[in-house]
Design a protein around this ligand. Sequence first.
Ligand SMILES: Nc1ncnc2c1ncn2[C@@H]1O[C@H](COP(=O)(O)OP(=O)(O)O)[C@@H](O)[C@H]1O
Ligand SMILES: [Mg+2]
Length: 259
Amino acid sequence: MSKRIDVNNLNVYYSNFLAVEDVSLAIEPKSVTAFIGPSGCGKSTFLRTLNRMHEVIPGARVEGEVLVDGVNLYGDNVDPVTVRRHVGMVFQRPNPFPTMSIAENVLAGVKLNSKRMSRSDADDLVESSLRGANLWEEVKDRLDKPGSSLSGGQQQRLCIARAIAIKPDVLLMDEPCSALDPISTLAIEDLMQELKDEYTIVIVTHNMQQAARVSDRTAFFNIAGTGKPGKLIEMNDTPTMFSTPSEKATEDYISGRFG
Ligand SMILES: Nc1ncnc2c1ncn2[C@@H]1O[C@H](COP(=O)(O)OP(=O)(O)O)[C@@H](O)[C@H]1O
Ligand SMILES: [Mg+2]
């Protein structure tokens, strides 16, 4: 479970466009790391390099290394499908499969990974994953209802249940609360605090209060202008980043002077 990530000199391209330049950083296990920065600075792009989702876009590629517990995800003979089993992802908009039931949604990733499983093992996995996502009590009496019958906040927790059902080491979340109301947002934030006991969690958020509330460490990315690459400006433990950042650009951003 929970693994550490070391990124070394990563450049991220869309064809010839350098979207993110020369990022080196470390992400600690059993903690929440937040990526913040203005729109377009490459937070989502960089996040997707951590489970090789970036390269599904034609022409998209990286240079550099992403080590998960010392193993380079971009090494020869590494299967991107296996990488994505170990490094799960939750997206901005809850995206349960609309025609599948709640239970089927939880098992969707497991089935895709073609594990053969008995009925009772499947039931146990549905329950433990939904409990892990703090959703079990709300849905246990309607597991056969469509995933789309849930509220937005419940759908996002269903997506988290689906992600943890495959027992990843790392969970990447790209603005997981941006489509949610404040109550659901708090539910997801609470959930992150519980999940970090077991997983390495990386969250992109445009909400500085959220980064301050949920994360242990914060990385600030910035962009010098349109067409320029995004860069990591600084990274530190969250209280330090929000009280005494080293860089003027970080201070300007967190105090709301731009972005
Ligand atoms: N699929 C894509 N093809 C080409 N360029 C892209 C693609 N997705 C994002 N970009 C570009 O990469 C840069 C970083 O975008 P993104 O990672 O979405 O930033 P953020 O998540 O910080 O808002 C932007 O210039 C954006 O236009
Ligand atoms: Mg983004």
